[in-house]
Design a protein around this ligand. Structure first.
Ligand code: SAM
Length: 205
């Protein structure tokens, strides 16, 4: 099955609160975003945001230029419907991040929780990283959460690439500086433990 069909089916056939990555609030992401003290009109993109509540929290905090990109229309519909009228404040992008062409220096912050780790092929990783590099402004931030080495080898039935911080630093490349990192244990609604690695990078000027 191609990735788009896989993800559309996942969101069609499961309530969002039963999905393995469900969290009512992405606490670490939010704390880190707040700690950056960016202007409230900073351009933020949540890549593979799915039906996550990060966008709700960002709007509540007054961020006015938030984009959510996901390969699944069904996922974004869930978030849009939940937000009601507030959904109009958000730019919704149904795209595959490994195929999309994103705007040149379009964002000050790129957020990704549990998307990059699904890219196990070098060509897919390269396209993702090309997009990251071209669409993030110099001095912009990357918050990325991937499975750590002790996490299970699969997520959502798909194989994932697991990373220690030093592995991710190599892959993200020399145009980025690692500012902070930490592990975070996530327990799925089904009780499975998944250790995430959260990293904050800054793109060099
Ligand atoms: C594990 S979920 C994480 C969702 C969200 N970031 C969160 O933390 O709740 C992975 C998400 O990435 C999306 N996705 C997977 N591959 C993608 C791709 N190539 N381009 C864009 N989105 C993708 C899926 O549809 C899904 O919503």
């Amino acid at each position: 099955m191609n990735p788009k069909n896989h993800w559309e089916n996942i969101y069609l056939n499961n309530p969002p609160e039963k999905l393995g990555w469900y969290s009512p609030s992405l606490r670490t992401s939010l704390e880190w975003i707040r700690s950056l003290e960016m202007n409230r009109d900073a351009r933020i993109i949540d890549v593979g945001g799915g039906a996550s509540f990060l966008v709700d929290d960002l709007i509540r905090l007054g961020y006015s230029s938030v984009s959510v990109l996901d390969i699944s229309e069904n996922a974004l519909s869930l978030a849009r419907e939940r937000l009601g009228e507030k959904a109009e404040q958000v730019t919704w992008m149904v795209r595959d991040v490994t195929r999309a062409d994103l705007p040149l220096q379009g964002y000050e912050l790129w957020h990704d929780r549990a998307v990059f780790h699904f890219l196990t092929r070098e060509d897919e990783q390269k396209k993702y990283l090309d997009n990251l590099n071209t669409s993030l402004v110099p001095g912009g931030y990357l918050i990325i959460a991937v499975f750590a080495p002790e996490a299970p080898p699969k997520c959502s039935g798909l194989p994932v690439q697991r990373y220690a911080a030093e592995d991710l630093v190599k892959v993200i490349g020399q145009d980025f500086e690692l500012i902070r990192h930490q592990k975070e244990l996530h327990v799925t609604p089904g009780g499975v433990e998944q250790m995430y690695l959260y990293c904050l990078f800054r793109k060099l000027q």
